[in-house]
Every structure is written in C-alpha cells, then in structure tokens.
Write a protein that binds this ligand. Structure first.
Ligand SMILES: Nc1ncnc2c1ncn2[C@@H]1O[C@H](COP(=O)(O)OP(=O)(O)OP(=O)(O)O)[C@@H](O)[C@H]1O
Ligand SMILES: [Mg+2]
Length: 254
C-alpha cells in the first residue's frame, strides 16, 4: 500500500531524520518511494545517504526561477498565470535516484504576503498535487520547521501530516498549533511521533502539553544518529520507525 505523508514539527526535533528513515522503511517493503525535500536547508539527501557527488549537482527546484516563471506562464511584472502549468516532466528531469528511492529537492518559494499567490509557488503546488496523484509512489515530504509553510499549502496536497516532538514542552506545544492549522487545511493528522526518548518518562514530559493528540510512536534516542549524517537502517531507531510505518499504513489506509 502506498503511503503519502508530510513530516512537520518544531526545529531540530528530528523531522529530516525520520523522513529519511521512513523512506528507507518503505523501500524495504518494496514500495516505490519518492522523498521530497521541502526544507530550504536541503538536508534530506544526506540523511538518506545520497552520495555527495550526486547532491552537489542538485539545484533545488524552488531556485530555478526562470523555469518556474516559464511554467507559470507569467511575464516579468505580473499578469495572469497558468492555472494548470505543465509540470509532469519535472520529476523525471530533477529527481535523483539512489538505493531504490528517488529524491526530489524542491525547497520552498517565499510568498511575499498573505493573500498573495505567487506564480512560482503555484507551480510547486501543482507539482505536489501531481506527485501525490501518482498512485504507484509512496511519498514522504520533509518540511521546514515552523508553521508558516503550512500557509503556503504545499503540504495540504499531501493529505496527511505526521508531527514530530521531542521530550520537551515547547515541541509539544508547537505540535498542537501545527495540528490545529493542519486540520483546518483539511490535512489528516494520524498522531505525533515522540522522538529522542531516553526512557518511559519521555511521555510524561510531553503528554500534558499535547492537548489530546495521540502519540502514535515513540522513537528512542540513538547515539549513532549524532555521529553519522546518514540515518542507520538497522538498530533500535530503525526498528521503531518500521513499527511506525506499519501503524501509519493501518491508520491512513482506513
Ligand atoms: N532519535 C534520535 N536520537 C538521537 N539524535 C537524534 C534523533 N533524531 C534526530 N536526532 C538528531 O537531532 C538533530 C536534529 O535532527 P533533524 O535534522 O532530523 O531534525 P529536524 O527537525 O529536521 O531539524 P530542522 O528543524 O533543522 O530541519 C540531528 O543532529 C539528528 O542527528
Ligand atoms: Mg530538517
């Protein structure tokens, strides 16, 4: 069963690490996986273990302003833009294939102000809609920290949002704000993932602040993650992510 999910949460909680590990878990299940890096910091490739040589050739799609403007059909200076820009070739042209999965470094387009839809962002949204419609693909989208990106609406097309927290009240409070916004946008929130847990007390450190959100999985703090850029594919963290994958398929497949 293909899974389509975006991963959000406060800064540094482990979104990129989880996006990479979940992508690996899906590949192990035989899924065709598309990992989308929607964070302007572009860290997902390294977490996935994509070789530096391949990554160094990648320009985030959001920085290809000429291409985006051309697809949006906008002359410089504004005017109307295409509602259905041609985007179906972009995945094939810009994805990087490595170890059984595809990475698309998308980045984000800053919108100048509330209520203003810039054509480049419209193209990226159209692209995400297209990618989500590809039934053969499982899709994992690593989001940037914070809430602003939810307003841009790229995640909204993915349909489901997984929220990561760490054992600290601030990350749990951020999770409740993200969940509220996400639900308002029509996204399904299957639950939060408690990451970096050092023991059973980790839950108590976040539960009072989660406003009833369900902890769908607890991932252990793993020292190996601090020393390597690429996420491990074996060990307690990878095993916990495998359990999470199975649960997500159960919840989102209903
Ligand atoms: N389960 C874990 N155990 C130990 N360290 C972890 C764990 N998960 C993530 N980390 C570490 O925490 C740091 C932040 O992780 P990561 O980059 O995945 O977070 P992020 O939420 O994507 O951050 P950002 O908001 O900057 O994008 C990294 O050094 C990572 O190795
Ligand atoms: Mg990240």
């Amino acid at each position: 069963m293909s899974l389509k999910i975006a991963v959000a949460g406060k800064g540094g909680v482990g979104k990129t690490t989880l996006s990479a590990a979940l992508s690996h878990a899906l590949v192990r299940m035989g899924e065709q996986v598309l990992a989308i890096d929607a964070d302007p910091n572009n860290c997902l490739g390294r977490a996935l273990g994509v070789p530096e040589g391949l990554l160094s050739e990648v320009t985030p799609l959001s920085e290809m302003t000429d291409l985006l403007a051309e697809r949006a059909g906008t002359p410089a200076g504004g005017g109307f833009f295409a509602l259905n820009p041609e985007i179906s070739d972009l995945l094939g042209r810009f994805k990087v294939d490595h170890n059984g999965l595809s990475l698309l470094v998308m980045g984000t387009v800053d919108e100048p102000g509330a209520g203003c839809v810039c054509p480049e962002s419209a193209v990226l949204k159209a692209l995400v809609r297209h990618l989500v419609s590809l039934e053969d693909y499982s899709l994992v989208m690593d989001m940037e920290a914070g809430l602003e990106h939810l307003g841009r609406g790229t995640a909204a097309h993915v349909g489901a949002l997984l929220i990561v927290v760490e054992p600290a009240p601030a990350s749990a409070r951020a999770a409740t704000r993200i969940a509220k916004l996400a639900k308002g946008l029509g996204l399904r929130v299957p639950g939060v993932v408690l990451n970096k847990a050092r023991g059973p007390e980790a839950k108590e450190q976040v539960l009072p602040y989660l406003d009833g959100l369900d902890i769908i999985a607890t991932l252990p703090a793993e020292p190996a993650l601090a020393t390597s850029e690429a996420v491990p594919t074996t060990g307690p963290y990878a095993e916990a992510v495998e359990e999470l994958r199975a649960k997500l398929e159960g919840r989102l497949g209903e």
